[in-house]
Design a protein around this ligand. Structure first.
Ligand code: FAD
Length: 433
């Protein structure tokens, strides 16, 4: 039968873009169906009043992330070295102190834990933390790190999942080492250039039908046929796509054990950089959990801070409205930067919590304590349907780097499957050129 492509990729975030590029390199024809009107997914940009392009979502990377570094180099994009020095200056009503989650003894204990240890089975992060002999201060810092990075309450995340996911982040330097002058979205745009004719924007996929020979992918009134489909969207969104016949129960459960978090990112742009280098190296607040600020100035001319509100605090603040969040962040930054500090010229807020297509945090998170095999099951997929997203990456899950790795690995598995099919005796299927 005539097919529209060898492979349909659902989603044009970094996972989908990396996968589509790799599939083309494998000699396969590809169509990418993207729900939004632009590529990039959880990486998006906006313009400030001085015309600079800034990051609304994913932004930072480091020299220990080889795939991102290579793509940035290939695309000749300008990198800015951030002023983050691996430790946030922690502020509160009490005297100021420096804090780095990596130097927290609890973090070191977490790193030494074995995710498969039966003694950890069934424990949430909150349970584990309660059982630790540590100062209240160390526990508060650890919790703030969890809320800030995982964007969900610590009592819903299995401790083994935190350990397992963190182990796959192998960076020796800070993950916040670099960002791109023209935003991480400029990297997604660069990756999309060669894919342009194959990417259909504003094309949300609602249904995938599969049989022994092909898949039919439904987007609005359109139906497209391919030999294989790669669902390159976060697990919570992937589960919303109807599968016919239904996915096997184990796979459906593996998709159902994730939850999206909550994160709000706020950019404050100032006319000039007037703050001290100490503040530039990052700030966290002790009286609330999951609130961080980083200097993202581009030289002295484009002075800016980015503030992250993550997890339960994001839910609490957003319930009080965007005006409350802006006022609170401005008050806190004002107190930090001094009474004479000028007002920012731009205050731009991006609330990802209810994001229709990518979920609400940096990543979806496993919340079922029994779901040890969920990622492996999803990576395996079923018949002609494969799944990939940053969450499922063997390295740097939840990061842009992880998305690229996950996309390329999924592409390689699909290419192998199609090659094996073509090599099988009596194979009558033809590649679509
Ligand atoms: C506020 C924020 C800050 C972050 N900061 C960093 C950072 O500094 N560094 C870092 O490395 N990472 C960061 N991340 C995480 C990083 O952005 C993600 O890990 C990465 O972009 C995920 O890529 P992905 O392709 O797996 O998923 P996504 O980017 O979510 O891509 C999935 C794509 O699928 C589309 N889609 C969904 N459903 C459908 C459907 N039914 N039909 C068609 N298309 C669909 C979506 O529109 C989207 O484009 C951050 C994320 C957020 C939200």
């Amino acid at each position: 039968m005539e097919r529209d492509a060898d492979v349909i990729v659902v989603g044009a975030g970094f996972t989908g873009l990396a996968a589509a590029g790799a599939l083309i390199d494998h000699g396969l024809s590809v169509i990418v169906l993207e729900a939004r009107s632009e590529v990039g997914g959880r990486v998006r940009s906006f313009e400030t009043s001085d015309g600079t392009r800034r990051d609304a979502g994913g932004q930072f990377f480091c020299e220990d992330m080889p795939e991102v570094m290579a793509l940035v180099k290939d695309a000749r994009l300008e990198m800015i070295e951030s002023r983050w020095k691996g430790a946030a200056k922690s502020v509160s009503a009490t005297p100021v102190r420096r804090a780095s989650h990596r130097s927290n003894p609890l973090y070191e204990r977490m790193e030494a834990a074995d995710p498969g240890d039966p003694a950890l089975a069934g424990l949430s992060i909150a349970d584990w933390l309660n059982g630790q002999d540590a100062t209240e201060e160390a526990k508060r810092e650890f919790l703030s790190m969890v809320h800030g990075l995982w964007c969900l309450p610590a009592d819903v995340i299995p401790f083994w999942y935190l350990v397992d996911s963190d182990r796959r982040n192998t960076a020796d330097v800070s993950e916040l080492q670099y960002f791109l002058k023209d935003s991480a979205a400029s990297l997604a745009d660069a990756m999309a250039v060669r894919l342009r004719p194959h990417v259909l924007l504003s094309s949300p996929v609602s249904l995938i039908r599969r049989n022994e020979h092909h898949v039919v992918v439904h987007s609005g009134q359109r139906q497209m046929t391919a030999r294989h489909v790669l669902v390159a969207v976060p697990p919570v969104r992937a589960r919303e796509i109807v599968q016919q016949p239904p996915l096997p129960e184990t796979l459906d459960r593996a998709l159902g054990c994730w939850r999206s978090g909550a994160v709000i990112k706020i950019l404050l742009r100032y006319d000039e950089r007037f703050w001290s280098p100490e503040v530039s190296s990052g700030v966290s607040w002790e009286d609330v959990s999951g609130l961080y600020a980083f200097d993202v100035s581009q030289g002295d001319a484009h002075a800016a801070f980015v503030v992250f509100v993550g997890g339960p605090l994001a839910l609490e603040w957003r319930a009080r409205g965007a005006a409350f969040i802006e006022r609170t962040v401005l008050e806190r930054m004002g107190a930090l930067l001094g009474a004479d500090a000028p007002e920012p010229v731009d205050v731009i807020l991006h609330d990802w919590t209810d994001d229709r297509w990518s979920g609400g945090g940096y990543s979806d998170v496993i919340v079922d304590p029994e779901a040890y095999d969920a990622e492996a099951l999803l990576r395996r997929g079923v018949d002609r349907v494969a799944f990939a997203s940053s969450e499922l990456s063997p390295s740097f899950p939840t990061y842009i780097e992880g998305a690229i790795v996950a996309g390329r690995l999924a592409a390689a598995r699909i290419a192998d499957a199609l090659n094996a099919e073509d090599a099988a005796p009596g194979a009558g299927l033809k590649r679509v050129r």
